[in-house]
Design a protein around this ligand. Structure first.
Ligand SMILES: Nc1ncnc2c1ncn2[C@@H]1O[C@H](COP(=O)(O)OP(=O)(O)OP(=O)(O)O)[C@@H](O)[C@H]1O
Length: 277
């Protein structure tokens, strides 16, 4: 395409072969955005879809740990990167390329370059869903992302606590500003099952659903606060591997099914728009 539009500013370009690009954001850090991204990706793969996962949390790339592999990706052909496969999901992370405990210090343009490369230079092949795990907060990475590729939509993860929800509202506002449709909200660490079977409300269960309603957004589902979700993530064997019938994983499968139907809804709408113009 080099002959077309010399030096013209390039708008977001559809990635050939990739049907849906879904960003997972949170506002607040530590609410379980990466845990949600990884388990959602695995759940989608287990449901039979072709799934990729971009770890766009450039400053704290935790996806390799949660997917249980630190292998370095191969470079093939003309500077193309082969994604790593784990648990049926293709993924890429800066953690694979620059591993170790050194803090990543990066300027905006470099960050933008990395996001572009992760989308355009990786051999994703054909995918039904490309899930993008965003860094916490509002900002640079999302802008790079929307400048590079049209997104199907975003999922906002929060706990039910007022502080997390305050930041989640900022994330909603940011997606609105950059014209990304929010597919819905997810409540993580909603409730905790005690050894005697009673449920303990830790972070204000139900707060996220209420916020979603206030914003006229779908609520996609909730996930319990469960020590096994933490430890399985640390071991690189996320609970979603247990399948849809697993009690521990069922929240993630409900979210996956809701994401599938919302993505289809949004895609159908944008196809209509294309037909009109
Ligand atoms: N539902 C859950 N039950 C128990 N532990 C959880 C749950 N969700 C996440 N955790 C744990 O909480 C910690 C933070 O989760 P995670 O890394 O997914 O959050 P995050 O929002 O991506 O954080 P950040 O973007 O700030 O790095 C991790 O140790 C993770 O295993």
């Amino acid at each position: 395409m080099g002959h077309m539009g010399h030096g013209a500013p390039q708008g977001p370009q559809r990635l050939p072969g990739i049907a849906n690009v879904i960003a997972i954001g949170s506002g607040k850090g530590g609410v379980g955005k990466t845990t949600t991204s990884v388990n959602l990706a695995i759940a989608l793969a287990k449901l039979g879809y072709r799934v990729g996962l971009v770890d766009a949390d450039i400053y704290g790339p935790n996806v390799p740990i949660m997917l249980g592999t630190q292998r370095q990706p191969n470079v093939v052909g003309e500077n193309r990167i082969e994604p790593i496969q784990a648990h049926g999901v293709k993924f890429i992370s800066i953690g694979l390329i620059s591993p170790g405990d050194k803090p990543m210090v990066m300027r905006g343009p470099m960050l933008h370059q990395i996001i572009r490369q992760f989308l355009q230079q990786v051999e994703w092949g054909e995918l039904d869903y490309l899930v993008v795990d965003l860094p916490p907060g509002t900002g640079d990475v999302v802008i790079s992302l929307v400048q590079t590729v049209p997104l199907t939509g975003a999922v906002v993860v929060s706990t039910g606590s007022s502080v997390a929800l305050q930041d989640a509202r900022k994330a909603l506002e940011m997606f609105h500003q950059v014209n990304v449709e929010v597919l819905g909200m997810v409540e993580n660490m909603s409730q905790m099952r005690m050894p005697d079977g009673t449920m303990l409300d830790v972070f204000g269960a139900g707060g996220t659903e209420q916020t979603a309603r206030q914003f006229g957004l779908p609520f996609l589902g909730s996930v319990d606060l469960d020590p096994e979700i933490r430890s399985s993530g640390d071991r690189g064997l996320p609970v979603a591997l247990g399948g849809e019938t697993s009690e521990r994983a069922k929240g993630f499968y409900e979210i996956a099914r809701n994401v599938i139907s919302r993505a289809a809804e949004v895609s159908a709408k944008s196809d209509d728009v294309l037909e009109i113009t």
